[in-house]
Structure formats: C-alpha cells, structure tokens
Design a protein around this ligand. Structure first.
Ligand code: PLP
Length: 413
C-alpha cells in the first residue's frame, strides 16, 4: 500500500482483542444499547474522498476524540487499510495511544500545552504541531532528551483566530525553526493551517485564508524550509475547495460518513455513508390511559389511551437532554419522537395505536436507508451539528465492529 508505514499486525492484533469482547450476538444476546460501526463503510468513505483529491494530495484520517466517537484504533486501522497515509489527533495522548496499538505510520497531533508530553511524542516519531516560540523550544528540548530530531509542523493562524502563529509572529517562528533544523534538533515536516468557515461555501473568509496560507507557505520556503506536507483543508475544504488540497487534506467527519453541513451537501452527494448506527431493544412496552404524565417533570402528557415504549438510552450515553420532546427514533416501522424528558439512562416514546413488544428494536440513528433517522436528523432536532451527535456517544455504549476484515472484492490500496 503506497505510503503506508503502519504495522497492520500491531493494530490488527489490538483490534482482534477488542472484538473478542464486543460481538454482535443474536436477538437477546447483544448489549442493550449499542453503536454498530460499519468499518467497510469507513473504508469506502476514505476511498471516495481520496478519489476527489487533486494534484496527488494524500489523505489524513482525523481520529481524535475516540475516532469521533466511533472508536479510535479500529477506525485508524480501517482508514490506513483504505489508503489514509496520515492520521491526525488533537492531543499527544491520542497519538501515543495509536503508537501503543501498533501504528507506525505518520501521525500529527496539534493540541499542545507546556505539559506535553513532548519527549514521549518525539521519541514515538509523532509529528508535533508548533504554533509559537515556546512550543518550538519545548520540541527542541524534547529532541535533545529523546536523542533524535523532533518532527515539527509549523501552524499559521490564517484567520481562524484559534490555534496557530499570527502573521506578525510567523517570520520569527519560521527563522527559529530553520535555525533549529540547521542545528539538527528538528526536521520541519509540515506547514499548515485550519479553515474557519469552509462549511459555509462562498463565505467571505475563505479567499483571504487561502491567500494568507499561500503567503505563509511562501515565507517558510523562502526561509529555506522544505516541508514534506503543506495542508489546510478539513472535510468541507476537501469537498468544496480543490485549490485547498495542497499535499494533504485532513478529513474527519466525512471519513465517518457525515457531511460537514447541509450547505456543503448530503453524504450521498459525495458518495459517503454514515458509519455509526445507534440502536437499543425496547426495555418496556405498556398501555396507559389518556392524561398520563411521562418522564421527569411531566413535560409530555398522553393525549389519549396509548402505548408507551421505553428505550434504555439516556444523556449518560450521549443522547442529548435537549432531545426531550424532539429527538426522532424509528420504532415499529415509524419515526417517533422522544416523549417528555430524556433521563440519564432512558427515555420514552409514544407509539400511539401501534403495537410493539419488549425487545423490539429502536433505532436512534444510522445511515438512513433502513428508514431510520440519521445523525444529521438528530442534529437538526436538537440544534447542533452531526459531529457532536456521534462524538458524544459515551463510553457505556459498546461499539460493535462490522466489516473488520475487508471483503475480498474490496479494492486493495
Ligand atoms: C485542526 C483540524 N483539522 C482537521 C479537522 C477535521 O475537520 P472535519 O471533521 O471537518 O473534517 C479538525 C476537526 O475539528 C481539526 O481540528
């Protein structure tokens, strides 16, 4: 596989061990509430994204935040198998967890504080993002302690106003990095930045950010830096701005089959398929009279005699409490709405005149082609983004992996 330096054996072994604990099971055997993770869909998403890349750009699968809630290591293994040359994390601890799972390919992590751990990251051959002089100094010290040059990627703030060196500090940071490189303490492997509003195509901040990035790259190169990768695009940049692809794109949400925003398009527009399905068997079904209050605070009262079904998923599992009275759920072939408040571990749906049995399945969200709502539907219902819906699914919810081993008919990367 071109460009892949990972040790699939190591990661695959971890994955195998994980799957020993998490199996799909038959009716009544599986966990009560579970997130099914379709790794074949994830691999297909990576391939679909790679087909869009221009100028030979490579793909970084962003696997921070436990793979956006999908499970970091299994998703990292699947993404590498589908040709993701890089992995991206926020914290160094996430990057080190990838190494502990056996991944040996290029990994960038970008959220640093003086506490690091800098030396461990440098020793583990993780690319460290540097947004200021203090961070460069710590990378140099870590390199000396680890006995090897630090792989450093310089981050420019081209307008996001979050992380990254502001334009006024850029020339000095670049010069200091060049000097550290000449001294053998660092290798500047990348120059990069992050877009603020790419999920709103045509936003007036986009063109100035593209121009500011081109300037930052030119200044770095003029100072003698020869970065392996220059990169700017997240998922919306990848999907809508070919001119932002440079050498590498950093795709997160699209790898998991979600669109960054309705304005960018639907997942299907880009050949993407949501990877996570959240489902639970009904824990109780009962007839109640009209006028019956439902769940804490009695914010829902049955309009007439009806059937209530109980779903064992609550805000402790990541179901937003904001979904009280609005979250969509597929039960007995129809979309229902969460009736009353979402509690810590459970919520109720009103089945009206319909019939269901304890153990029947409730699907909160999935790819949508089985008639179930999607994570985007939940995002709309609760006033957030699909990113948050999947990422917030909690550690109590087992992830059940499907398609771990590629189908023999899958393309080989
Ligand atoms: C620096 C950086 N790059 C890339 C990404 C991936 O963004 P997306 O999920 O929109 O692809 C993120 C995610 O927030 C990020 O923080």
């Amino acid at each position: 596989m071109a460009g892949r330096r990972s040790g699939p054996g190591g990661c695959a072994a971890t994955l195998g061990a994980m799957n020993d604990h998490v199996t799909a099971g038959g009716p009544g055997e599986g966990p009560p509430l579970r997130a099914d993770i379709d790794l074949a869909a994830l691999r297909a998403n990576v391939r679909a994204l790679r087909r869009r890349l221009t100028g030979g750009a490579a793909l970084m699968a962003v696997v921070k935040a436990d793979g956006y809630g999908h499970g970091m290591v299994p998703c990292a293994v699947a993404a590498r198998r589908a040709g993701a040359r890089w992995l991206g994390t926020a914290t160094p601890w996430e990057a080190l967890a990838l190494r502990a799972a056996g991944d040996t390919g290029p990994v960038l992590c970008w959220l640093w504080t003086p506490d690091g751990p800098w030396r461990e990251a440098v020793a583990a051959d993780v690319d460290v993002s540097v947004s200021g002089r203090w961070a460069l100094d710590l990378a140099v010290a870590a390199a000396r302690a680890a006995g090897r040059p630090a792989r450093v990627q310089l981050k420019a703030d081209t307008g996001l106003g979050r992380n990254g060196a502001p334009p006024a500090d850029w020339p000095a940071l670049v010069a200091a990095a060049r000097a550290a490189e000449a001294a053998g303490d660092v290798r500047v492997t990348g120059v990069w930045s992050h877009l603020a509003c790419a999920d709103e195509p045509g936003h007036p901040s986009i063109a100035p950010q593209l121009a500011a990035f081109a300037e930052a790259v030119a200044a770095a190169e003029a100072a003698g830096l020869t970065p392996e990768v220059r990169h700017l695009a997240n998922s919306p940049g990848t999907l809508t701005l070919p001119e932002a692809h440079y050498d590498l794109v950093r795709t997160g949400v699209s790898v998991y089959g979600l669109s960054p925003s309705a304005e960018v398009g639907t997942p299907e527009d880009f050949g993407l398929r949501p990877v996570m399905t959240l489902r639970a068997p009904l824990a109780q079904v009962k007839r109640v009279p009209g006028g019956h209050g439902v769940s804490y605070g009695h914010h829902y009262t049955t309009p007439g005699p009806t059937t209530l079904a109980l779903v064992g998923a609550g805000y402790a599992d990541g179901v937003p409490r904001h979904a009280s009275g609005s979250g969509p759920v597929l039960v007995a072939g129809k979309w229902r709405t969460v009736a009353g408040r979402v509690a810590m571990d459970q919520f109720v749906v009103d089945l009206g005149g319909d019939v269901a049995e304890v153990g029947d399945e409730a699907v909160l969200f999935g790819p949508g082609d089985g008639g179930e709502p999607t994570a985007e539907d939940w995002a709309r219902a609760v006033g957030t983004i699909g990113y948050e819906i999947v990422t917030r699914i909690g550690p109590r919810v087992p992830r059940v992996y499907h398609g771990v081993e590629p189908d023999p008919r899958e393309p080989v990367d």
